[in-house]
Design a protein around this ligand. Structure first.
Ligand code: DGL
Length: 262
């Protein structure tokens, strides 16, 4: 199984996949060279995702790919499925679930700029529907903050508060918040503190985990990968700070991956 994200966000998904399918073997690719995806164009995200899957496919016998990134999923998944002939599963902000569980019918959706601008989200947050009150925050900064937290760096509460100011200023705040980026799952505690009230988070993990489980059961996917491998697309000092956090994922190898040019 290949699982990829621009950064550490996808590891929060991997953790749950491992709990559901404990014998699974995986290659995690951290595309830190292109991080963050949120401020990139649709075309860039599509090309980049294709490049990653092609490079991995050339070097490793993968039979399924998990896009553990809302940005790449909302922007590129349909094209990726047309490009490759093996199962590709993505993660999407679960607006339907949020609508079902919200008591005050005010839903918050926070995601990267590229996700918010995607036609997938545009279609589902259509303002013409008077029954929908979806308060949107589009930010590329929160994923950067999550990367800092995982590396043990201090994160600024003031900076966090600025990101959420739009909701703090509302007379009635959303009671249900969709964390539309896998990085944000790593910041639940900090977000709760900023919003000062009991909120319910929709992290959209359940669907992707169920889909992965279904695929493995239904197709009896052959695990040709023997060890867990962690790959990164850029070697830098920031990467070293990540090694401690990676310990719990049992990676046998941690290597640089040179992406093929086309
Ligand atoms: N973790 C990502 C997501 O779910 C991408 C964050 C970024 O690279 O901007 O959207």
């Amino acid at each position: 199984m290949l699982i990829f994200d621009s950064g550490v966000g996808g590891l929060s998904i991997l953790e749950d996949i491992k709990k559901t399918l404990p014998n699974i073997k995986y290659i995690y690719i951290l595309d830190n060279e292109a991080f963050p995806y949120g401020n990139k164009t649709k075309c860039f995200i599509i090309q980049r995702s294709i490049k990653i899957i092609k490079t991995i496919k050339k070097n490793y016998p993968i039979s399924i790919t998990i896009i553990a990134c809302n940005t790449a999923s909302t922007v590129a998944l349909s094209i990726l499925r047309k490009t490759f002939n093996f199962p590709i599963i993505g993660i999407f902000p679960d607006i339907k679930h949020a609508e079902k569980i919200s008591q005050n019918k005010i839903i918050g959706l926070i995601a990267t700029q590229a996700t918010i601008n995607s036609s997938y989200i545009k279609k589902r947050t259509n303002k013409k529907n008077p029954n929908k009150n979806i308060q949107i925050i589009s930010t590329n900064k929160l994923a950067v903050i999550a990367e800092k937290k995982i590396r043990g760096l201090i994160i600024s509460k003031i900076e966090l508060k600025k990101i959420f100011q739009k909701w703090i200023d509302l007379t009635i705040q959303p009671d249900t918040i969709i964390l539309g980026c896998t990085h944000f799952l790593l910041l639940k505690k900090e977000i709760k503190e900023i919003l000062y009230k009991s909120i319910y988070f929709v992290d959209s993990k359940d669907k992707i985990i169920q889909n992965v489980k279904k695929h493995f059961n239904r197709f009896n996917i052959d695990q040709k990968i023997k060890d867990n491998i962690f790959l990164y697309s850029k070697n830098n000092i920031e990467l070293k700070k990540l090694l401690f956090f990676l310990k719990k994922y049992n990676f046998k190898e941690i290597n640089y991956l040179k992406l093929i040019s086309s």
